[in-house]
Each structure stands twice: as structure tokens, then as C-alpha cells.
Design a protein around this ligand. Structure first.
Ligand code: GAP
Length: 503
């Protein structure tokens, strides 16, 4: 993973937010290549979810919405994670993410020094075989931090403990009792900062879709079954942002709420799982790195009838990219209850009235970008001791599609011709100009950013070897490194054809 993170920084895919001030944990910026990659992901999702379907309409709602939305959805009450702090280092953890540990726990009833006695219990968990001295050292540090100069430990006793999550996995220190922590970022709307003006940065894009269900239905002439799709920022004050961009505090979601007739839930859920898995392959995620996790009945929310997570094998483990849930009519019913506005749908054909059920495929843009970057990263030994790093993005997702080089930068006829080729391609594809260093270095540079094709204008292009090569260029393929001579007039159809044909 370090290699991927380092390439992201070095080549301008992803930077730490506010890096010049030391960064802000859980916030990331996308550099020039990352911005293109992210745009491609969102465009391809939008195209497949809305433009290529006549049963889905789009929405672009605000990030800050009426706070009642989050009461209705249950987020104010229950969108919380249990958090615990290390009693020694104050490091914060999500209690439910601590791996169970076993070992010998050293318990102390308190400590005393020359001036006083402190009856505050503390304990340390040691892995089997570790010397007791390290527990005592940690306990002394604990009581010193409570103001004792030279604490003498009191009431030491030991106990074998299995599968506990009460201790810091990094140093064995006891953790605080879990406290629930709401993940929504709060802000105030208007000039007064009071409880009445509290609003939230949305923790998901989905609720705006439910809140605008009736408006979209009335204006788009859609009929159940139909969906509303939205792409946008979401914010969660995660206790432990981690694994690079995987768990961030500001991220983007691509969500579809697909409204269906009650009773058709299982059928539509299966269709959407299959549809979404197909889409991941079209953007170039290898099939063998994708899997699904099917929720067991007892893992489902009380209103849900099914949920499947699309998983990806990241270097740090198999993790969720997208959740696809059959949520019944929970959300629309809640908004009907809280707003007093009917969310019922009248079926013209059957003359039935009902609150539609919903299937929700909900994906994270940042996680998909990270999966694409991890899957694309390749090191290839092309000659003994000569390793090239190449980002093997599927061409349709690659940030830059084609790069154009003049063979030499100090030969004006070459540069002029290459500029013409560049301008021709630039109007059709994301194209980059490069005239620095030698050709070999330029190829390696483009390989590292995953550019599928490099076009070189050389002296043959100018007709120096005869008229048959006049106005031809070389096109070098990123993956095979093979170069073909192509007429300039054939370049656009050739690249467009490759992009259409390729995943
Ligand atoms: N409306 C349903 C919903 O929001 P979720 O599983 O909490 O469900 C959906 O989030 C997707 O959003 C996840 O599968 C993931 O891709 C992305 N996501 C959630 N939390 C994230 C975070 N802290 N950082 C990056 N992506 C996140």
C-alpha cells in the first residue's frame, strides 16, 4: 500500500488536504490526475444509471437540508459509533473495530506516593510470555499522569483473559468505557448559533432523494418501478479515518433509490446486484478481486429484507465498495410521518395506492477510485534490473487517454506538426503534451500515470524518409509497448474505436 500512496502523491493523483499546514486527518484532495479519474468514474456511473436507462431520473440536491430530514431518517438518534479512548495515550478507537485479544491482565486497585493514596483502578493486558515489568511500567505511567510523582502500585493481581476488546491493541492499556458518538457534522444556519439553528452536513445523499420523491414523480412522468439517482458529497466525522482515502470524513457517494411495488423487492434486489457487479467490470476492476457479502437475517436493519455488499480485495483486506439494500418503505414512511405530506403512489393501471418500497445501490466514489488505483498499479521487469511502474487502467477510466510528443523539442517543424496533432486529439480526448527529456523517459512518465497511448511526431512524419510516411505518426501502446505507424487522419477513429471496444 505504501507504494500506491507514494505514487498517488508523486504523480498527482491524491494529496493530503491542507498539507502545507500539516494536513487534516480524514480529508484528501484529488490532484490533476485524480480529478480526471474521479470525473471518469462519476461520468460512467451517471451514464449507465441515468442516460442509458429510461426508468431513472437524476437529482442534484443541497448538502445542508432541513434538520427534520435527519430526525425522520433516524440519523439524529442512531447514526453513531461506539468510541473508546486509551487511558494512557488518549488515542481514540472505534470500539467495534478492535480485534479481540487474549493474554494476562494485570489489575491494580490504585497507587500511593509520599503525599496521598489514589484508589483509581487500572489494568494492562500483556500477551502471553511478556514480562510483568512492562505491565508495571505502563501502570506507573498511568498514575504519574494523574499527578503522582513516584507511584507505588497497589493490589496487583493477574487473570487470564480470552477474546477481550477492552484493551488498546497497540500498548495493552485499558480503554475507557464505550461512549456513543454521532458521526454527523453540525453547523448553524443563519446568524445565531443556537439549538434552533442547528443543521447537519449530510452524511449520505440518499435522504434528499426520499425528500424529493414526490416532486420528481410529479415532474418527470416516471411510473413505479423507477429510480432517482444522485452523486454528491457526504460527510461523516469518522472516529478513525484510515486506509488512505478508504474511510474519510468527507467523501462522495453515488446513490440510486429505485422505487418498486411492494412484493417485488427480492426480484429487483437481485437484478440490481447483477447490474452493479457488471458495471464494476466495465470500469476495469478485475473480476477475481470483486466479491459479494450477503447479509444474514440477523445482520439486517429491522426494515430491510436483503442487503449485499460489493467487496474489493484491497491491499489492506477485502472491503466494501458499495451496499445494495432492499429497504422496504421505511424511509418514505418516515418522511410521510415527520412531514405530514403523503408519500403514496397511485397506480393508474391497478388503481392501487401504496408507499413504494425501495432498492438502494449506494457506492462510494473515493473507494472506487482507490480500488482502481490499487488494481492498476503494476511493476514490470522489462529487462534485468529495469522495472517500469505502469498504471494499467482500463482506457475508458484512464485519467489521460493520449499523450503527444514531438521527437525533439528544438526542431520547430517537428514541434509545429506535433502541436497540430495535439490540437486534433485534444478536442476529442483528454490529451497531454510532453516535450521534456528523451522519448524513453516520456514513455515511462506516461506509463506511471496510466496513459494508454503515446503519439510521437518524428522526421518520418515530415516526409524525410519519403512520401509514403508523410503525415504518419507512431502510436505506442502502454501495455504491449508496441509501436505502430498510423496516418494522422486515422488517429481519431482509431483511438475512439479502441475506447469504445475496451472496457
Ligand atoms: N445510503 C446508504 C449509505 O450511505 P453506507 O454503507 O453507509 O450506506 C455507502 O455508505 C457507501 O458510501 C459505502 O459503500 C462506501 O463506498 C461509501 N462510504 C461510506 N462511508 C465512507 C467513508 N467514511 N469514506 C469513504 N467512503 C465511504
Amino acid at each position: 500500500m505504501e507504494k500506491v500512496v507514494s505514487l498517488c502523491k508523486r504523480r498527482g493523483f491524491i494529496f493530503q488536504s491542507s498539507e502545507i499546514y500539516g494536513g487534516l486527518n480524514g480529508f484528501w484532495d484529488y490532484g490533476p490526475l485524480g480529478a480526471e479519474l474521479k470525473r471518469n468514474v462519476k461520468d460512467l456511473w451517471w451514464k449507465s444509471m441515468t442516460k442509458m436507462r429510461d426508468d431513472v431520473a437524476g437529482l442534484d440536491a443541497t448538502i445542508i437540508m432541513h434538520p427534520q430530514i435527519w430526525k425522520a431518517s433516524g440519523h439524529v438518534e442512531t447514526f453513531a459509533d461506539p468510541m473508546v479512548d486509551c487511558l494512557l495515550t488518549k488515542k481514540r478507537f472505534r470500539a467495534d473495530q478492535i480485534e479481540p485479544q487474549s493474554g494476562v491482565a494485570y489489575f491494580y486497585t490504585g497507587a500511593k506516593d509520599e503525599t496521598r493514596e489514589l484508589p483509581e483502578p487500572y489494568s494492562v493486558l500483556l500477551a502471553a510470555g511478556k514480562p510483568p515489568e512492562s505491565a508495571r511500567k505502563a501502570a506507573v505511567q498511568f498514575y504519574q499522569e494523574r499527578g503522582m510523582a513516584t507511584p507505588e502500585l497497589l493490589g496487583e493481581r493477574t487473570e487470564k483473559i480470552e477474546n477481550t476488546t477492552r484493551y488498546n491493541p497497540e500498548n495493552g492499556s485499558l480503554l475507557t468505557e464505550p461512549k456513543m458518538f454521532n458521526l454527523m457534522f453540525k453547523t448553524f444556519v443563519g446568524a445565531t448559533e443556537s439549538e434552533d439553528s442547528v443543521a447537519y452536513l449530510r452524511p449520505e445523499t440518499a435522504q434528499a432523494i426520499f425528500a424529493q420523491f414526490k416532486n420528481v414523480l410529479d415532474t418527470s412522468r416516471q411510473k413505479v418501478p423507477f429510480g432517482i439517482a444522485q452523486i454528491g458529497k457526504a460527510f461523516r466525522n469518522e472516529i478513525n479515518p484510515r486506509n488512505f482515502t478508504f474511510r474519510s470524513r468527507e467523501f462522495e457517494q453515488m446513490e440510486l433509490e429505485f422505487f418498486i411495488k411492494p412484493g417485488t423487492d427480492a426480484d429487483w434486489h437481485q437484478k440490481w446486484v447483477a447490474e452493479r457487479l457488471k458495471w464494476y467490470e466495465t470500469i476495469g476492476l478485475p473480476k477475481e478481486k470483486l466479491s459479494v457479502y450477503e447479509y444474514k437475517k440477523e445482520e439486517l436493519a429491522h426494515y430491510a429484507s436483503a442487503c449485499v455488499d460489493v467487496m474489493f480485495a484491497f491491499p489492506f483486506g477485502v472491503q466494501e465498495l458499495e451496499g445494495i439494500a432492499a429497504r422496504g418503505n421505511f424511509d418514505l414512511s418516515q418522511h410521510q410521518k415527520f412531514s405530514g405530506k403523503s408519500m403514496e403512489y397511485f397506480d393508474d393501471e391497478t388503481k392501487e395506492k401504496y408507499i413504494p418500497h425501495v432498492v438502494e445501490p449506494s457506492a462510494g466514489v473515493d473507494r472506487i477510485c482507490l480500488a482502481l488505483i490499487c488494481a492498476a498499479y503494476t511493476e514490470e521487469e522489462i529487462a534485468p534490473g529495469d522495472v517500469r511502474i505502469v498504471m494499467k487502467f482500463a482506457p475508458r477510466i484512464a485519467p489521460v487517454k493520449v499523450a503527444v510528443f514531438p521527437l525533439l523539442r528544438n526542431k520547430p517543424p517537428l514541434v509545429e506538426k506535433a502541436r497540430q496533432v495535439f490540437e486534433l486529439l485534444q478536442s476529442q480526448f483528454t490529451t497531454e503534451w510532453d516535450d521534456r527529456g528523451n522519448i524513453g523517459k516520456r514513455y515511462r512518465y506516461q506509463d506511471e500515470q496510466g496513459t494508454p497511448w503515446c503519439v510521437t511526431v518524428d522526421f518520418d512524419t515530415l516526409g524525410e524518409k519519403g512520401p509514403e510516411l508523410l503525415d504518419t505518426v507512431t502510436v505506442r501502446d502502454r501495455d504491449t509497448m508496441q509501436q505502430d505507424r498510423v496516418k494522422i487522419t486515422n488517429l481519431v477513429p482509431l483511438i475512439a474505436g479502441k475506447l469504445r471496444g475496451n472496457k
